[in-house]
Structure formats: structure tokens, C-alpha cells
Design a protein around this ligand. Structure first.
Ligand code: NAI
Ligand code: MG
Length: 479
């Protein structure tokens, strides 16, 4: 049976997008020193939304000076309880303006409004609420009697969860008494610029948060600025390695949240219908643009056929299309470059002998689209089993024994996430102890909470964000 849905588009009237944006430095929007402008588009229809500034090294310098000044003169002198008040204020404003943020995020990124409305924006507010609570309790966090901020923090974030990654970065930095210069990703800068308005609305002291837009060159200028005491980066492993190299030999502290190739392991006794939902959520949530995606499905051989049949049936119900339609499950791929990367890797799956399957679905003509897809007959050596695709593409691999599952799951240069599906509590504990992954979900997937630390092993990164562990990364003298 095919369900048809009448279109239910969310109105864009609530957002007010300017044609051009300046940089947010020292509490004001200021023009760049010498920087050109570049366009950010809606990847669902290729319409230009606005032009933003390519921040130059001189702009980064100005922002770092503003952050240094704010740190020395105001922020480091405020008691934690007062910092907490600002964070609570920001959290409440994010909630009040949630619809505006959700629509803007969906337009600039291409992700469905259902996800921005129900996941990105509420979680971003939750991060500010959570860290607001910590601001006056840092001496009780188990980090010594008088933990100290680093000073000025440089933060670089990706395009897959633009506002949420901003919140993951800015909330703990401010709660622990640091000031920040943040660079959003070049394809998704608009919610960070709207967040700058929220800082003004919250009357956050000038210079505590500075937002400098731009590309990798702007990011690199930030990483290499001598006035920065700590760098926090989320993005590709490749750029993470570059940053690690440039920070080595300096006194800068560093945290890196990088790529992943998460194993979602399904044992023969798993509750099958719930598991299918978990697989869908694990790989098709956010178009698969998720570092902790369950992109490798490890399924016990004797239940593979039944699972694949149910997965196909469920995938046929995924609605792909207009991100602003409230019925949409899978939105647009964030950029042409990302679409090309997904296509190329999927192609390698075909040529290396795996078997591709997608449900029938009509993709819009304009914009960047890729259907929900899985490959069976995947072996460990295939590129689609080893490389991060960062798209709605699942690689299905089988195993016969629990120890073979663990061995295959850990056979990756990454170590960010894993999932375990089984009826047995003892098997969950046994598996979790042996999996080399920073986050392990049991009988669920892609669940996030600000109180829970997040981060990876091996090439998935250094350090943790969120929870008490995340505070340590923003304070001197890590645990
Ligand atoms: P990227 O790592 O190039 O971009 C992430 C951020 O780093 C952006 O703000 C970018 O402007 C900045 N950046 C780029 N070069 C820099 C440099 N040399 N110094 C400082 N900052 C720099 O990721 P990109 O190109 O957008 O995506 C490529 C692939 O990376 C994706 O296909 C995906 O596999 C992976 N990726 C993983 C993410 C994750 O959350 N783990 C997020 C984004 C991408
Ligand atoms: Mg965009």
C-alpha cells in the first residue's frame, strides 16, 4: 500500500535573510578588511540565499583581539553565576526563536524541517541550558579546586549540524570562562550569523563571541593565530590532521571531532522491527551527513535475508524531497561537492562488485539529491566498507559469530560510534567492552544528550565534548 501525503510546506515568512552579511566582531557587524563576498545557497533548489564575507587574516586578527580584550576586561572577572545567567538567556532566546532558526537552518543546509525543528534547534538550546548550570559549579566538577579557563578559543565547525555544532562549541567554552572566535562552514553560515543577533539580544558583553565567516583559508588563519590558546575543530579527518600538525610545538590545547565509519551490529536475537527503525535512523537521518552514522550494518548471517526484506519495505516509505515540507524524511545533499563524493564512492561499490539497492523514488530536478541506498555483498576490503561516505549509503556486511562481529566492527581506522542490537543484556555488555568506539548505543541509535560525552578513538579524533568530560577540554590542567 502506498501512502500519499498532501504537501505541508513550512512558511519561510518567519525568516528575514539579508542580501549581504558582515562579520560579527566585538559585538557589532563590521565590514571585512579586504575580504570578498561569496554566496551561500539552498541546496534543495540552488537558489542563492545571501552573500557572506570571506574573512581575511586581518579580520581574524581583529576578532582575536576583541576576544582577548573581552576575556581580560570582562569575562574572566565575572563570577560563574553571572556567566550562567547569560547562557540561560541565550538558551531561552533560542527556544523563543526556534521556528525561525529551524526554517533558516533547513534552507541553508537542505535538511528536513522535521529534523531542524525536532532535533537541531532543541538540542542546541539544551546545550546552553546544560552548560549554564555548570558555570557556577566548576570547582565541583572533579577538575581541581580552582579550574581555570584557557582564554581565547578558536572554533571551527562543519556544515552537517550548523547551529548544533556551534552550541556544542560555544556553550562549554563560555560556561568555563573562555571567549571565542568561531568560524562556521562555508555552505551553512546563516544560523551562526543569526546566533550573533541572539548574542546582541542577550546583551552578552562585546567580544565574548565573535563570528568570522569564510572558507578553509579563514579557518587556517584562526588555527595559526598566536593569540589563540585552544582550538576546537569538528570536520574531516584530513583537515583535522592538518590542524594537529600546525598546533604541534605550540602551547595551544586541541580537541578534534573527526570522521567515522560506525558499525551497527545486529545479532540473531535482535527485536527485528525496532532494529529496522534503528538502522534507518542510523544511516538515513540527516541524509547520512553524520560523523557517528551507522554506515556499516553488520548482520548475523542467518537473519540477513529477513532483515533485508524488512529494510527494503521500510525504505520504500522514506519520503525524499522538499526539506521545508513537514512530511519529508530525507532532504537535499548539502553541496554539489558532497554529492559528487557520494556518487563517486557509490560507483566504487558497483565496480568493486557489491550490489546496490534503492527504493523507487522521484528526485527533484533542481538541487542536489541522492536516494536512500544500501549495498549488499560488501567485503571488508571494499572502499564503501572503509571510507566515510557521509551520505545516505549503507554497506551491509555479514558475520557468523559474535567474535567475528567485534573483529569486523573494529577493523577500521575510525572509532567514533557503534550500535548493538540484541535481546541479551549480557551480550550488550560483552560487546560494548570490546568495541573500540567513543559512543556505543544499545538497541537504539543516534541519541544525543548534552550530559553525555561524545568523541572518538583513533582517526575519529581527540578529546570529548559534552558532559563533565567536555568541560575538562575547556579548562587548564585536563583530568
Ligand atoms: P572540512 O573538514 O574541509 O570542513 C570542516 C570545516 O573546516 C569548515 O568550516 C571548513 O571551512 C574548515 N576548514 C577547511 N580547511 C581548513 C584548514 N586547512 N584549516 C582550518 N579549517 C579548515 O570538510 P568538508 O570539505 O566540508 O567535507 C569533506 C568530508 O569531510 C565529508 O565528505 C565528510 O566525509 C567529512 N566531514 C566530516 C564531518 C564530521 O562531522 N565528522 C563534518 C564535515 C565533513
Ligand atoms: Mg547553504
Amino acid at each position: 500500500m502506498k501512502f500519499e501525503y498532501a504537501p505541508a510546506p513550512e512558511s519561510t515568512a518567519i525568516v528575514d535573510i539579508q542580501s549581504d552579511y558582515n562579520l560579527f566582531i566585538d559585538g557589532k557587524f563590521v565590514p571585512s578588511k579586504g575580504g570578498k563576498r561569496f554566496a551561500t545557497m539552498n541546496p534543495a533548489n540552488e537558489q542563492v540565499l545571501a552573500k557572506v564575507t570571506q574573512g581575511t587574516a586581518a579580520d581574524v586578527d581583529r576578532a582575536v583581539k576583541a576576544a582577548t580584550n573581552a576575556y581580560k576586561k570582562t569575562w574572566s572577572k565575572l563570577p560563574g553565576a553571572d556567566r550562567g545567567k547569560y547562557l540561560f538567556r541565550i538558551a531561552r532566546i533560542l527556544q523563543e526563536r526556534a521556528r525561525e532558526f529551524a526554517v533558516l537552518e533547513s534552507m541553508d543546509n537542505g535538511k528536513p524541517i522535521r529534523e531542524t525543528r525536532d532535533t537541531d534547534i532543541p538540542l542546541a538550546a539544551a546545550h546552553f541550558f546544560y552548560h549554564a548550570g555548570w558555570a557556577d559549579k566548576l570547582e565541583h566538577a572533579g577538575l581541581g579546586a580552582n579550574p581555570k579557563a584557557h582564554g581565547v578559543v578558536g572554533q571551527i565547525i562543519p556544515w552537517n549540524f550548523p547551529l548544533l555544532m556551534l552550541a556544542w562549541k560555544i556553550a562549554p567554552a563560555l560556561a568555563t570562562g573562555n571567549t571565542v572566535v568561531l568560524k562556521p562552514a562555508e555552505t551553512t553560515p546563516l544560523t551562526a550569523l543569526l546566533f550573533a543577533e541572539v548574542c546582541q539580544q542577550a546583551e552578552l558583553p562585546n567580544g565574548v563571541v565573535n563570528i568570522v565567516t569564510g572558507d578553509g583559508a579563514t579557518g587556517s588563519a584562526l588555527v595559526n593565530h598566536p593569540g589563540i590558546q585552544k582550538i576546537a575543530f569538528t570536520g574531516s579527518t584530513e583537515v583535522g590532521k592538518l590542524i594537529a600538525r600546525s598546533v604541534v610545538g605550540t602551547k595551544k590545547a586541541l580537541t578534534l571531532e573527526l570522521g567515522g565509519k560506525g558499525a551497527n551490529i545486529v545479532f540473531e536475537d535482535a527485536p527485528i522491527d525496532e532494529t529496522v527503525e534503528g538502522i534507518i535512523n542510523g544511516i538515513y537521518f540527516n541524509q547520512g551527513h553524520v560523523c557517528c552514522a551507522g554506515s556499516r550494518l553488520l548482520v548475523q548471517e542467518n537473519i540477513k535475508d529477513e532483515l533485508i526484506e524488512k529494510l527494503k519495505r521500510r525504505m520504500s516509505m522514506i519520503r525524499v524531497g522538499d526539506p521545508l515540507d513537514k512530511n519529508t524524511d530525507l532532504g537535499a545533499i548539502n553541496s554539489k561537492a558532497q554529492l559528487t563524493k557520494i556518487q563517486e564512492l557509490a560507483q566504487s561499490g558497483d565496480t568493486e562488485g557489491a550490489e546496490r539497492w534503492s527504493p523507487e523514488c522521484q528526485l527533484p530536478e533542481k538541487g542536489f539529491w541522492f536516494p536512500p541506498t544500501f549495498f549488499t555483498g560488501v567485503s571488508q576490503s571494499h572502499r564503501i566498507a572503509r571510507e566515510e561516505i557521509f551520505g545516505p549509503v549503507l554497506s551491509v556486511i555479514t558475520f557468523r559469530t559474535p567474535s567475528e562481529a567485534i573483529e569486523k566492527a573494529n577493523n577500521t581506522p575510525y572509532g567514533l560510534s557503534a550500535g548493538i542490537w540484541t535481546d541479551k543484556g549480557s551480550r550488550i555488555l560483552w560487546s560494548a567492552q570490546q568495541l573500540k568506539a567513543g559512543v556505543i548505543w544499545a538497541n537504539t541509535f543516534n541519541k544525543f544528550d548534552p550530559a553525555s560525552p561524545f568523541g572518538g578513538y583513533k582517526e575519529s579524533g581527540w578529546g570529548r565534548e559534552g558532559g563533565r568530560h567536555g568541560l575538562a577540554a575547556y579548562l587548564k590542567g585536563d583530568m
